[in-house]
Design a protein. Structure first.
Length: 298
């Protein structure tokens, strides 16, 4: 079993979260993931005429005594939701802040991914993982149960950031595995345009998509006031400059890029929460999955 980043204290805080699909709820008749199904269920819905192959124990014998016809009880039951965690593992996700160099964007994303899996599996849903790296696409098929939790933790623990984002050919298993009406939670910094492009394509193809953007404190505040070399982690390109002189321009351009990204997500129907590395880890999860009014209707 992989290292479990979900500590007992963190697990206790997850109890107030619930993952529910807006799209599947509307299609399946309401409830958390309710679908009308032929078979035993949680809540009685209606009668229908007996059909060959129906189990005799589902026949309503009292109704038969009154009508001289066989009827079976049809129920609505909860149907598992497939929750896919899509994690950007490109090189830029290795970035950390000077104040906490041992806590990178990828570390935060792994912990958030483990938390999402914990909530999904606890409520009886299926959870799967797709990790995006240029050299390989790590994929854990969606499944339920405690052994699936161990598989996901093992894959998360061994995941390291590097390279860029997979090309179209390598992304083919994503479209083969993630079915329409599945729920996808994309975690990344979204600095590589290929990742938001993939998220919006999934949303356009009837997958319900949520996004958690992970940012370093430096991107939010740009707290530098000395001469520096700024290096692109994915290309290695270096840009020397006076940080104090660059600050206003950087914050203006970064803010503009953020507004454009979030407008693009909103237009695609993607709800997005932002996590900065010095902020409470559960904040983006509460924004997307908190049960009760104003949350948890993802």
């Amino acid at each position: 079993m992989g290292h479990d980043p979900v500590t007992p204290g963190l697990r206790a805080q997850l109890r107030g979260l619930r993952i529910a699909s807006r799209r599947s709820s509307a299609l399946r008749g309401g409830g958390q993931h309710r679908s009308r199904d032929k078979g035993t269920g949680l809540e009685f819905s209606q009668y229908r005429g007996y059909e060959p192959g129906d189990e005799p124990r589902r026949i309503d014998w009292k109704l038969y005594a009154r009508s001289d016809r066989f009827f079976v009880r049809e129920a609505e039951r909860d149907s598992p939701l497939a929750v896919w965690i899509m994690l950007d593992a490109s090189a830029s996700m290795a970035q950390a802040d000077e104040a906490r160099p041992d806590w990178s964007r990828l570390d935060a994303a792994k912990t958030l991914a483990a938390c999402i899996a914990e909530v999904a599996l606890r409520q009886g849903d299926r959870a799967g993982l797709v990790a995006l790296r240029e050299d390989a696409l790590a994929l854990v098929p969606a499944a339920a149960g405690s052994r699936q939790r161990e598989r996901l933790l093992f894959e998360l623990e061994r995941l390291q950031a590097g390279g860029g984002v997979p090309d179209e050919a390598r992304l083919r298993p994503v479209w083969e595995r993630i079915a329409p009406d599945d729920l996808v939670v994309v975690l990344g910094d979204f600095l590589d345009p290929a990742v938001p492009a993939l998220a919006t394509r999934l949303a356009a193809a009837r997958r319900e998509v949520l996004a958690i953007q992970l940012l370093a404190v430096a991107e939010r505040d740009f707290p530098f006031d000395d001469g520096r070399r700024f290096i692109d982690p994915e290309t290695g390109e270096a840009l020397p400059g006076d940080a104090r002189a660059l600050r206003a321009e950087f914050l203006a351009k970064f803010g503009e890029a953020q507004r454009a990204l979030h407008a693009r997500f909103a237009e695609a129907g993607i709800r997005c929460a932002v996590h900065v590395l010095d902020e409470p880890l559960l904040q983006p999860l509460r924004a997307l999955f908190a049960a009760g009014p104003g949350g948890g209707d993802a």
